[in-house]
Design a protein around this ligand. Structure first.
Ligand code: NAP
Length: 463
């Protein structure tokens, strides 16, 4: 398909871009390197002013940027606008806190003076996904730029207009032209950029296959990477939970971004004692969701971003059903298509689906379901809930619902995940580190830990 904006709601091709030539990539790298030589010398105060200005540009254009996201990847407009505001928040957060996070850290030794100083690395490449086209990029860019690095963005090939808009935000904010550049390149052009001696580190958010490939190249070149990969997050509900609050949150946690979020709740692990009640309420709420044009205010569920994602989720659901699982609601693509108006017939819509009674050996046990599908499992104890939650190669987030302190402690300690949220959905927040364990990746974004990923932690000893 190449680098193209295709509206997933209608199938309409909006704009097609040619991938950058070798020469164009070389000149972007040269500009980035030249810019870094001066940019690294700028003060936190100066960088902070630029990032504050970037936040203001985002807020001033929140409606048009939100609309652009919705047109390119189909998320409901309201969430898209909220994403632009959150991107402004992360710019401000690092503008205000980077100097403290990266201040010299004295250490008591037998030197006259010894301390740790955090210094920028240089050019950092970010390979980013389409599902949060603004947020994913800003959560990389804000700390990287505040630390004194310069950024190169290879965005997903289906959101090129978002990629260019983000570059323009930093230009409008007054940052030097080479501080943040978008490279419109395909996945096959990434390896050469990673190998370039001027690129010092890379971060990738996306699939395991892409992460593994980028990290293999970076490993061969002895370059640091951060990987934010997939998730199959559990959502555990125990008998003492507030069931209505849990169900309400479950719908949001599963349906955010039309079901295409790495930290969406994907496996609902219910204690037998409350399973019937929870399941019935969840099905009722899923049935009430309005599928339709994501630009319209009343729409809860827009299209999936690409035909491939639609195909994959349908295959996964059909494999579960053929193995004996039951669809309590949804799961029937033809039925949904028959109900859609003509204008949406070419869109990549999938029905809100709840699958229960899932036999062992189906894709539900091992794979990430990247769409509006809740997988429901039943257990008869806390131990069984934790065992099932951990029975996946992935370990990004986990949400667990209980009023019992000893159950909370066990869940916090024993769930194999980068984050555990009790009585809440899993979410990213600039003030807290974000990242995974197991095959969900390594390294952290956001918070103090995020800004310390791409720096030289320099030991200084003065005698
Ligand atoms: P993807 O195919 O891996 O694409 C992500 C990015 O990687 C795109 O820019 C893509 O470029 C690029 N890419 C693909 N193959 C590559 C390769 N071999 N070498 C270098 N770059 C490569 O991921 P996706 O399916 O679009 O995104 C969904 C996945 O991202 C899900 O698994 C989701 O859970 C995960 N995700 C994780 C987080 C997190 O924070 N942990 C957040 C959001 C999403 P092209 O578009 O040109 O192929």
């Amino acid at each position: 398909m190449g680098i193209a904006s295709i509206n997933p709601t209608t199938g309409e091709k909006l704009q097609v871009f040619a991938a950058l030539s070798q020469e164009a990539i070389a000149s972007s790298l040269a500009l980035a390197q030249q810019t870094f030589a001066e940019y690294r010398q700028t003060s936190f105060e100066q960088r902070s002013q630029w990032l504050q200005a970037a936040a203001a540009v985002l807020e001033q254009n929140q409606d048009s940027f939100g609309r652009l996201m919705t047109l390119e990847m189909g998320k409901p407009l309201k969430s898209a606008i909220a994403e632009v505001k959150k991107s402004a928040w992360v710019c401000r957060y690092y503008a205000e806190n980077a100097a403290a996070f990266l201040a010299d850290e004295p250490a008591a030794t037998d030197a006259s003076q010894s301390y740790v100083r955090y210094l920028p690395l240089g050019i950092v490449l970010a390979v980013m996904p389409w599902n949060f086209p603004f947020w994913q990029v800003f959560r990389f860019a804000a700390p990287a730029l505040m630390a004194g690095n310069v950024g190169l963005l290879k965005h997903a090939s289906n959101v090129p207009q978002c990629a260019l808009a983000i570059e323009s935000v930093f230009k409008q904010a007054g940052l030097p032209a080479g501080a943040f550049q978008t490279l419109l390149i395909g996945a096959d052009q990434v390896e050469a950029v990673v190998r370039d001696h001027r690129v010092k580190a890379a971060t990738l958010t996306g699939s395991e296959a892409a992460g593994s490939s980028l990290a293999a190249t970076a490993g061969a070149e002895i370059k640091k990477t951060v990987l934010e990969l997939g998730g199959s997050d559990p959502f555990i509900v125990l008998p003492s939970a507030d069931i209505d609050a849990a169900v309400e949150t479950a719908v949001t946690a599963r349906m955010l971004n039309n079901g295409q979020s790495c930290i969406a709740a994907k496996r609902f692990i219910l204690h037998q004692a409350i399973a019937d009640q929870f399941e019935a309420k969840l099905v009722e709420k899923f049935r009430a969701l309005k599928v339709g044009d994501p630009l319209e205010a009343g729409t809860d569920l827009g299209p999936l971003a690409t035909p491939a994602i639609l195909h994959d989720i349908d295959q996964q659901v059909q494999a579960c059903l053929q193995a004996g699982a039951q669809a309590l609601v949804g799961g029937d693509l033809a039925d949904l298509q028959a109900q859609l108006p003509e204008a949406l017939q070419k869109g990549h819509f999938y029905p809100a689906t709840v699958i229960a009674q899932i036999p062992a050996g189906t894709p539900a046990a091992e794979e990430e379901f990247f769409g509006p599908v809740a997988l429901v499992f039943r257990v008869d104890s806390l131990a069984a809930a934790i065992e099932l939650a951990n029975a996946t190669p992935l370990g990004l987030g986990a949400s667990a619902w209980t009023q019992d302190q000893s159950e909370r402690d066990r869940l916090i300690n024993d769930l194999e995940a980068g984050a555990v949220f009790i009585n809440s959905l899993v979410k990213s927040d600039p003030r807290l580190p974000f990242g995974g364990t197991k095959r969900s990746g390594y390294g952290r974004e956001l918070g103090r830990h995020g800004i310390q990923e791409f720096v030289n932690i320099k030991t200084v000893w003065v005698q």
